[in-house]
Design a protein around this ligand. Structure first.
Ligand SMILES: NC(=O)c1ccc[n+]([C@@H]2O[C@H](COP(=O)([O-])OP(=O)(O)OC[C@H]3O[C@@H](n4cnc5c(N)ncnc54)[C@H](O)[C@@H]3O)[C@@H](O)[C@H]2O)c1
Length: 432
């Protein structure tokens, strides 16, 4: 099929490359000219495992193209995916839909024959209706159909998630269009993905309700871990004990820092805003948001305690600063609050992250990036294991610490408290 992806970010680039790999012809369009120049030179603007090779292979085959020319891409496509960002727009937390609506306005100019317009961006319920209205200002109804196809991929595992999704959700009010999209996804359905169709508004809510539910699970185990810490119980055991109940399931019950990333924080806020708009108090999700905010402070305060309230001039080394491993995405990572907080209290913060230096910290005085774990740890008084990259799972702490014996704060429970104690380290983790 002939496809156009508008927005070559984490979602558009990955899904576009994967669609091309299934044999479709895909035009990836972005308004960011620098990004398109990079992509045309096989310089991939984001870090996602396996993406570079996938893009290179399909670019060379001619099935994957990159352009800033929306008109050209639209004319050459039958199915158009909107994959632009929908960040949080104001203090109340609604989704900023300006990029989506701008695309809709542009599309209304360029549609020349029947097109299926698919919203992959995460958008509040009834946005599809608004997109349709915008296009109807310039084009007749029989020239297009607006569909919702929410994306569930996870950064860091995005290619695998595209290829082996649990489900593919299509929200459309037109049976023919559902059939066409089902055939686009047929190679994945044949491998076991469940195809589920509902109406457009239903699909829009499914996406937010899924993310809010997962965020709830994370916040739930994080709060339970606070209780475990006070009662001398191991939260890992509690996670297993809860998760073995098939009605609950074991996934997303791992304790950690506040949830972050480009989706959960903004989507939980946006759905509660939508709830208020439709006079529905989504009180559970509202308290999840509060609990997550509190957690950022709680863990930062805990650092103070570990250092006996003497932070000034202490060297604190962060291993990992991204919100999760295998991505360079810093959006809403809890390190964005913790590092400036500790720096303000007088600490010298070193950090190492396998995805490289972060512009968010480059202007902060006394915050230093190292491209080498050993150097980053050299003078540390406290080591914070913030993100569970594989390279942090079997560290030689004796070698890293030397005779100084730094303290360790393991925010991912990667190590056993007993073995760390036997190595002679002051080791702190979560809920244990
Ligand atoms: N990142 C994820 O893990 C993930 C997962 C599922 C769903 N989503 C949703 O998918 C959407 C996209 O997320 P993302 O992380 O890929 O965003 P992103 O910020 O990485 O990418 C968005 C891209 O859209 C481009 N863009 C904006 N306006 C444009 C226009 N008018 N024409 C062409 N290009 C334009 C931007 O330049 C940018 O490259 C969001 O709604 C997000 O909530 C994201």
């Amino acid at each position: 099929m002939k496809i156009c992806m508008i927005g070559a970010g984490y979602v558009g680039l990955v899904t576009g490359s994967c669609f091309a790999d299934l044999g479709n012809t895909v035009w990836c369009v972005d308004k960011d000219e620098k990004k398109i120049v990079k992509l045309n030179n096989n310089d991939i603007p984001i870090y996602e495992p396996g993406l570079k090779d996938l893009i290179n292979k399909n670019f060379l085959s001619g099935r994957l193209k990159f352009t800033t020319n929306l008109s050209l891409a639209v004319k050459n496509s039958d199915i158009i995916f909107i994959c632009v960002g929908t960040p949080t727009s104001n203090k109340k937390g609604s989704a900023n839909l300006q990029y989506v609506f701008k695309v809709a306005t542009e599309l209304s100019r360029y549609i020349n024959k029947f097109k299926i317009i698919v919203t992959k961006s995460t958008v509040p319920v009834s946005t599809g209706d608004k997109i349709e209205k915008i296009i109807l200002k310039k084009k007749r109804k029989n020239l297009f159909e607006v569909v919702s196809n929410p994306e569930f991929l996870r950064e860091g595992e995005a290619i695998r998630d595209f290829r082996f999704p649990d489900r593919i959700v299509i929200g459309a009010n037109n049976k023919k269009v559902i059939k066409k999209l089902k055939s686009l996804y047929d190679p994945l359905i044949k491998k076991g993905a469940v195809f589920f169709s509902t109406n457009r508004r239903g699909a829009e809510i499914i996406k937010y309700a899924s993310n809010a539910f997962l965020a709830t699970k994370i916040s739930y185990i994080n709060e339970i871990s606070n209780l475990c810490e006070k009662t001398d119980v191991n939260v890992e055991d509690v996670s297993i004990g809860i998760g073995l109940d098939k009605r609950i399931g074991s996934r997303f019950l791992r304790v950690g820092p506040a949830y972050g990333g480009s989706c959960f924080p903004k989507d939980t806020k946006a759905i509660t805003f939508t709830g208020d708009l439709f006079k529905t108090d989504l009180s559970i999700i509202k308290s999840v948001i509060k609990s997550n905010e509190k957690r950022k402070i709680l863990l930062a305060e805990r650092v103070k305690k570990i250092l006996s309230n003497k932070i000034k001039n202490k060297v604190i080394t962060f291993l990992g600063v991204t919100f999760k491993p295998n991505t360079d995405d810093m959006r809403e990572s809890s390190s964005l609050l913790m590092i400036p907080y500790l720096k303000k209290k007088g600490a010298i913060v070193n950090y190492f992250d396998p995805s490289g230096e972060k512009k968010q910290f480059s202007k902060l005085k006394n915050v230093f990036y190292y491209d080498d774990i050993i150097k980053a740890c050299k003078k540390a008084d406290l080591l914070i294991l913030h993100t569970e990259w594989d390279e942090f799972k079997a560290l030689d702490f004796k070698k890293l610490s030397g005779k100084r014996k730094f303290k360790i704060y393991d925010m991912r429970n990667l190590y056993s408290p007993l073995s760390m104690k036997s190595l002679g380290f002051s080791y702190h983790s979560l809920g244990r």
